[in-house]
Ligand binder design. Sequence first.
Ligand SMILES: Cc1cc2nc3c(=O)[nH]c(=O)nc-3n(C[C@H](O)[C@H](O)[C@H](O)COP(=O)(O)OP(=O)(O)OC[C@H]3O[C@@H](n4cnc5c(N)ncnc54)[C@H](O)[C@@H]3O)c2cc1C
Length: 229
Amino acid sequence: MSRQRSALVVGLGVAGMASAIGLRRAGWQVTLIERAPQRRLGGYFIGLFGTGLSAAKRLGVMADLHTRTPKNAKTWDVTRAGDRHRINGFLEQPGDPQGVLRGDIEAALFENLGDVEVRYGTVPTAIVDVGGGAIVTTQNSQTGEVRDERFDLVVGADGVRSTVRRLVFGPHERYLKPLHAMICAFQLDKQVPYFPVNDGHRARRAGPLVVGVSVRGPPADRPLFLPHP
Ligand SMILES: Cc1cc2nc3c(=O)[nH]c(=O)nc-3n(C[C@H](O)[C@H](O)[C@H](O)COP(=O)(O)OP(=O)(O)OC[C@H]3O[C@@H](n4cnc5c(N)ncnc54)[C@H](O)[C@@H]3O)c2cc1C
């Protein structure tokens, strides 16, 4: 009988959990390490298009995915003078995207993680290619424990400034392309005054653009599913 192959996935985000579920279903033994001391909740608005929806179906997480597209929503462009003009909102784009929050996707994936060992507060500090696999040194920030383990595969799913990429391929500066733009996204407790509760809006000035997107359901910083014990 062939040996069960082992994978280390670094990062408990959308990419990390999707990889872990896929690998586990393909028969791999999966260990997942996450820098944060516990699962990160919340997140901003995302439009789930056809590719994302079919990935969610293939991963078997659709039943747990909470979508938030509001009913009968309209989107308004607000001029400097305060006039409103009806425009196509983000969720009215071709492709029929579904409104979700990042935390919704992560909650659905986490529900379906299954038999994956998750180690929180743990980061990789060295990765050595040994041909057909890698020896990975990890450190736990809470206990200080350092481990050297061999894995057949290492998946770097640790975000834009990936430590895995830095350890294996070199400094971030070699790979990051600055766009010289900044996005700030946050949730409002209630609708902007004078707009119906489901409606979105857009206000444009010479420089910045402000976009308000309406979503339904509980706030994302409230876990939709309780974390596994
Ligand atoms: C305003 C905004 C709108 C967006 N809209 C869309 C959209 O409409 N459609 C779309 O597809 N995408 C959208 N995105 C992008 C999408 O949300 C992100 O690309 C996606 O969440 C990234 O997932 P990820 O798993 O790759 O990384 P992350 O979500 O960044 O997860 C990385 C995980 O790795 C952990 N980690 C980091 N470093 C280490 C380490 N050294 N060791 C261990 N763990 C580590 C982190 O704590 C984190 O849990 C949007 C992004 C923004 C900012």
